[in-house]
Write a protein that binds this ligand. Sequence first.
Ligand code: AMP
Ligand code: MG
Length: 402
Amino acid sequence: VAPLDPVTVPAAEALGCVVTRPVVAAEAVPPFADSAMDGFAVRSADTISASPESPVALRIAGTLAAGGDPSPFNVGPDAAVRIMTGAPIPPGADAVVMVERTSVVDGGATVEIQAAAAKGDHVRPAGDDVAVGDVVVAEGEVVTPGHLGVLASVGVMTVDVVRRPRVGVLSTGDELVEGTAALRPGQIRESNRHVLLPLVADSGCVPVDLGLVRDDEHAIRASIERAAAECDALLTTGGVSMGDFDFVRTVLDELGDMRWVQIAIKPAKPFAFGVVGPRRIPVFGLPGNPVSSVVSFEVLARPALRRMGGHSTDGLDRLRVTAMADDGLQRKRDGKVHFLRVVVSYGPDHAFHARSAGGQGSHQLSALALANGLAVLGDGEGVAAGGEVEVMLLGGVARPSR
Ligand code: AMP
Ligand code: MG
């Protein structure tokens, strides 16, 4: 898959997107020299001899609040202007003495300065944060909340980014029921779309809910044709194994160019990848079992969707860390790589720790809900308690709960 085309979007919609054109500041931040402290703007030369024992008395020439206009003030010899944080440094002054080193006397007419100020003390020069011409967001960067703050600080309202892929998510199966309807014998509630749609959004894409479709060739064809027309990529779940009613396979083979594979991983052995429709959008045929669909999304689909969103190699895969297997993570030798749902924490020993999140069956979604990592176990017997295991982090890492 290849990155999508760039688009210009409002800055607020660019969070997590990859920038395609550097943003250059046309304004300085701060735009003028301002005070970093509440205190008094002074001429530093006037304060050279100041100390707590023999303070220097200066005439208070006025007060400048943040947002105040400094032009009426001119800080002449032996004068000071009361100044608030963020207020512009008035002409004549070259330093600020913080309010804690001063005391106001004479009914407010005079300030006693108790410490010598050096030129520039507590003065933030114009452009100290951003200078005119600075690149505030470089090409290829992923937009963070901090970037959005910087863009706002220089008055930039839009940014050019790789377009977010629109990703259709389709569930199939006659046994599946949506919502709260009573379950008839043999029915279960649909859950895969409810996991995959937010995972798609969390990957920086726009999720498109293509709904739940019966095991009916015509209905499946209609949904896949819709996706081929409206979406940049398609995720299907269910109907890709070897069952008798797996029409997803029939339809994708008819409309697209597909490869049907068995991957040596557990869960999520069956998988399909190909392109479909006149625009040849990529299709990821995920298995129907709820945990399998998530594991194959994480391992096989998500990196491709990130690539379509313009992310570079470091942004494609989840971060992998080495963790200590607190309870041991056992498995049987079967020629496959196993992905176990684990709870990962960061301990007072400055190490990552992992323990099983619960039942490891491919239908046991409840353990996946508790997990923030997938332990990657190569073929063999697994890892004994206290051993090291590689873990893919799926989300944030907490402190250990025990
Ligand atoms: P399939 O790949 O269609 O043969 O489905 C494999 C297993 O996953 C079966 O037990 C299905 O009932 C289950 N399954 C398939 N799709 C979903 C879904 N969207 N939500 C919950 N379970 C599903
Ligand atoms: Mg099915």
